[in-house]
Design a protein around this ligand. Structure first.
Ligand code: CTP
Ligand code: MG
Length: 241
């Protein structure tokens, strides 16, 4: 089946706090976003990519990533929205109708440079079996659930707590349905105080579906705050050695 990667690069990068958005910052000679695009371009799993970026960055992305670096699998560049899930919805809507009925969708944060081919093969195997899976890793620290008053409420069993990464991968019909439904029910969910922070949640909340956890890697970090750039550089230097 056709595998489409939706690569998200429409965020503002507020926590990184740099003038240039984090997805375009230099990471060992290439923009942050280049690294995952390169992995998808070379991948035997991925057939095509839809890049979601800011309205005002579409031309820049076309020049930079399609023309300069020659990523041939990028078939569309579309504008994102205010929240991550708006950007995902715009990406899904840009898919060809036939791909939307019968393919798989890999939703990936453009700010995660360390997705690799074995990981793509693991999620592909899992999505074929389970229709919905996300990569992640068991947490290393103990995680506490806080009360609104700043005291600890509970301590979930550490071995059952996972940090979730991307790609998050779904059969296309399932994720397209879930996101369209989210679009319709956005206000209701917001009113109930539900914040949508990842794609698995949409499938869990809207469809009540089980989502499989697939092994990601501890390196598969998201560049969020300034020190993450230094860590990412260290990882890459080791890889390139
Ligand atoms: N993203 C997006 N559209 C949005 C928000 C986020 O495409 N409206 C993308 C980001 O570009 C990033 C990924 O989703 O690749 C993960 O989001 P996050 O790390 O939160 O990035 P930002 O929203 O850019 O950063 P911040 O929350 O610090 O502003
Ligand atoms: Mg954000």
């Amino acid at each position: 089946k056709r595998c489409t990667a939706i690569v998200l690069a429409a965020g503002q990068g507020k926590r990184m706090g740099t003038k240039t958005q984090k997805q375009y910052l230099n990471l060992c000679g290439y923009p942050v976003l280049w690294h995952c695009l390169h992995t998808f371009e070379e991948s035997a799993v991925i057939d095509d990519m839809i890049l979601v970026t800011g309205e005002d960055q579409i031309d820049y992305c076309r020049t930079e990533f399609v023309e300069k670096y020659g990523f041939r699998k990028i078939c569309k560049i579309v504008a994102g929205g205010a929240e991550r899930y708006h950007s995902v919805l715009n990406g899904l809507r840009a898919m060809e109708k036939n791909a939307c009925e019968d393919g798989y969708v890999f939703i990936h944060d453009g700010a995660r440079p360390f997705v690799d081919e074995p990981m793509l093969e693991r999620v592909y195997a899992d999505v074929c079996k389970y229709e919905a899976c996300v990569v992640g890793m068991p947490v290393k620290d103990t995680i506490k659930i806080a009360d609104t008053d700043g005291f600890i409420k509970e301590t979930p069993k550490r071995s059952l707590v996972w940090q979730i990464q991307t790609p998050q991968v779904f059969s296309a019909s399932l994720i397209c349905y879930a996101y369209e439904e989210l679009g319709r029910r956005e206000k209701e969910l917001l009113d109930r105080g539900i914040q949508i922070t990842d794609d698995a949640m949409v499938v869990e909340e809207i469809c009540g579906r089980k989502v499989r956890l697939t092994e990601g890697s501890y390196e598969n970090m998201k560049l969020t705050t300034p020190e993450d750039l230094e860590i990412a550089e260290t990882f890459l230097r080791r890889k390139n050695r």
